[in-house]
Ligand binder design. Structure first.
Ligand code: TIU
Length: 732
């Protein structure tokens, strides 16, 4: 069993009373340490700034930054500035000060040419952060048009995405952007502590007053503390260290116990392990596993090619404290995701092609140092939940060779479950990322559609497709999400705006409590007896970790699921293919896929039916989303379901390949139709003998957390706490 992780907190002396912060959910916010505010000839000088004071804050801010980096905190930098045509700059910000009667100070305004380039304009020399505090790869840089960090930026989304509840705040100027940002953060629920020596302003009286206002009246906006006690507290904390299990043979440093989770690998890399050693070790594992299950990989890169990439990574990042987020992290992609120069087969030979460009999500992973291992198997055309519909073989569950791996992301989930890679980029249209995760004891996270670009992914059902992340644990899934998420104007479904975001509960009981709903008993009846029992156990665990079970109107979820295959939406799967595709390629298609699509074509759905379904989808989405808590309304935090109703034998699936497959989607089909986010999480194991008298070893159970659109951080937070409490179980 995975043990429940401690949540370490640190405390240091502060005003109005000592500030306590959880290491894992605290970020350092460094405000606007730009040349424009700090160096001569910039925007700050025109403001009438005492530059000496702000320059003196560089040293302490650097010390703070280094202490926070060493403790593994998330780091956020902000920069104030505008796009080149100033279209994001309110006219008052340009005109007000210069319009003062008798103005002789603001002779230049935002956008004018100054000694450091155009004043407060993005891309100019003066706009950038001073060399001493330059952001490292993997740190977040927020470009903000206002004084506050939250106006017209994605900082709230990005802080929540990392699960942040507490902020240590530094930067310039104390009276302006530092104060405004703390006040904005406070309104959104973050616990903030400003660090005296690591902030400075243009007017020393203002600095003292600004800091006093923060902690006045027993903490009106937050806390103020000194650098030295904070540094002492941070130094007392040591980053998670790899423990060598009793069975691990003696090793010479650097130690690595073979774990592929990101925290373990990064700790080992920081201690000097080379990605070359990891790649070597993985090829041994992969070759062994090929003998257990030859159906996992469609294209495994040559060992030499991966070793060469690992060597390049090691050369590119010689500084162990400055590694990008996915440095040396081995991953693969489902073979419906493009990698330039390699075949994308979608497990469908007539569709195979060599793309000139890689999928956006793949590129972003590589930018953060990911180590690409190859492409893995899937159900043909990414259509299916069984893992039994591919010409490249039938992978089986990592727990038991007689049981299905699930699909369509079969190879992704088996390869992560078998510890061949840390994570896999997969897809999820109707449950393809969630169902196979459940059958292999891994985490399958399907973000809100439009957050990760779908560009370069072979469409299954474009208006419902979604990139999914398959990982060993929730923390890793979250970390990969951060790296892959970027607005992509080429993706017609990309999301560039968010619903009003909910505040963060950083303290007390509310920080731990949540409301969850489950399907009603008559819907759960579809589950096998052992799945019913395991699901009941999971409900009890959810209550133990702070969940309150509340009633749900299940009708919209049920009806949305039915829309997917019983309505016209399945026809969208035909829309990306030539009209005569199935007729022309009969002999090259998997017989189950051919039968499924011929049935769809034979329905001859009409445009009128499709419009009715689209209207129903909108209504059901409204009915479902209104049950969730939103900004300003109370309601459900999550819906929790068994990821699938049962775990079929491969032999059973081969006998009943269409109806049994459809049954497996009972609790996943509605997810994308209703624009929800979802994460499937291991929820313990049961004895195989419970469902088959000759069965040996254990089989995995899994539950899925589903949340309203763009509540990904909330559902991941709850899922992570459940996962750490219940764990993964052991494979036979
Ligand atoms: N004027 C002033 O003191 N500051 C700003 O305009 N921006 C920041 O504080 N970063």
């Amino acid at each position: 069993m995975a043990t429940s992780r401690d949540v370490p907190t640190l405390t240091f002396i502060a005003k109005p009373y000592p500030f306590t912060f959880p290491i894992r959910t605290t970020a350092l916010l460094v405000i606007d340490m730009q040349r424009d505010f700090i160096c001569q000839g910039g925007f700050g000088e025109i403001q009438g700034g005492n530059l000496e004071a702000v320059q003196a804050s560089i040293g302490p801010t650097k010390a703070l930054l280094e202490a926070c980096r060493a403790a593994g905190l998330s780091i956020f930098h902000t920069r104030e500035g505008h796009v080149r045509d100033l279209s994001d700059c309110p006219s008052s910000k340009i005109i007000r000060q210069a319009a003062a009667p008798g103005n002789s100070q603001h002779l230049k305004v935002i956008g004018d040419k100054g000694e450091l380039g155009r004043l407060l304009v993005r891309g100019e020399y003066g706009h950038n952060i001073v060399d001493e505090l330059r952001p490292l790869p993997g740190e977040v840089v927020i470009d903000k048009p206002g004084k506050g960090a939250f106006w017209n930026t994605r900082i709230m989304h990005k802080l929540k995405a990392r699960g942040i509840t507490h902020l240590l705040v530094s930067g310039v100027t104390t009276e302006c952007c530092f104060s405004t940002s703390i006040r904005e953060a406070n309104d959104r629920g973050f616990e903030c502590c400003g660090i005296v020596q690591a902030t400075a302003g243009y007017n020393s009286d203002f600095k003292a007053a600004s800091l006093d206002m923060i902690h006045w009246s027993q903490g009106l906006f937050g806390f103020v503390g000194e650098l030295q006690p904070l540094q002492d507290a941070l130094h007392s904390y040591r980053q998670p260290h790899i423990s060598l299990g009793p069975t691990t043979p003696p090793q010479t440093p650097p130690y690595w116990d073979g774990s592929l989770d990101i925290t373990s690998l990064h700790a080992a890399y920081r201690n000097g392990l080379s990605p070359i050693s990891v790649a070597e070790a993985l090829y041994d594992r992969i070759e062994k596993y090929q003998r257990i299950d030859p159906g996992v990989w469609i294209y495994l890169r040559s060992k030499d090619a991966v070793l060469a990439d690992a060597k390049k990574l090691a050369e590119k990042y010689p500084e162990k404290h400055a590694l990008p987020s996915l440095y040396g992290i081995p991953f693969n992609v489902k073979d419906s995701i493009d990698v330039a120069g390699l075949h994308t087969t979608t497990a469908c030979p007539p569709l195979a092609h060599i793309p000139p460009k890689s999928a956006r999500a793949y590129d972003l992973v590589l930018e953060q140092g990911g180590l690409f291992m190859g492409k893995v198997n899937l159900d043909q055309l990414a259509t299916g939940l069984s893992g039994c519909r591919s010409p490249y073989g039938i992978p089986h569950s990592v727990f038991n060779e007689k049981y299905i791996s699930g699909g369509s992301s079969s190879g992704s989930c088996v390869s992560v479950g078998a510890d061949l890679v840390t994570f896999s980029l997969a897809t999820d249209t109707a449950g393809s990322g969630r169902v196979p995760s459940g059958y292999n004891g891994v985490v399958g996270y399907k973000p809100t559609r439009g957050l990760i670009s779908i560009e370069g992914v072979t469409p299954a059902c474009p208006s419902l497709d979604c990139v999914a992340i398959i990982a060993k644990n929730v923390e890793d899934a979250r970390a990969v999400w951060q790296c892959c998420e970027a607005y992509d104007g080429n993706d017609r479904y990309a999301r560039n705006s968010f619903p009003l975001e909910r505040h963060v509960n950083s303290l007390g009981q509310l920080a731990r409590s949540f409301k969850f709903g489950v399907p009603p008993p008559e819907v759960l009846e579809i589950c096998s007896p052992v799945y019913r029992r395991m699901f009941n156990q999971a409900i009890q665990h959810l209550q133990i970790i702070g969940g309150t079970l509340v009633a749900v109107d299940w009708a919209p979820f049920q009806k949305a699921g039915d829309l997917l295959y019983q309505g016209t939406f399945v026809s969208e799967r035909l829309a990306s293919l030539p009209d005569d595709f199935f007729e022309k390629n009969r002999q090259d298609l998997h017989p189950v896929i051919l039968k499924l699509f011929e049935d769809v074509i034979a329905r001859q759905s009409t445009a009128v039916q499709a419009y009715r379904d689209l209207q129903a989808k909108s209504l059901l989405t409204r009915q479902a989303s209104s049950q969730f808590a939103a900004a300003g309304t109370d309601g459900l935090s999550v819906i929790v379901v068994p990821t699938a109703p049962e775990h079929p034998l491969i032999s059973s699936m081969l006998v009943d390949p269409i109806d049994l497959n459809a049954k497996l989607g009972t609790f996943t089909h509605f997810g994308n139709v209703l624009d929800l986010c979802a994460v499937a999480v291991p929820a313990g194991t049961y004895q195989a003998s419970e469902i088959d008298s000759s069965g040996k070893g254990e089989l995995p159970f899994s539950i899925t957390f589903l949340g309203a659109s763009c509540t990904d951080s909330e559902i991941l937070g709850i899922a992570q706490r459940f996962f750490e409490a219940v764990g993964q179980g052991d494979r036979a």
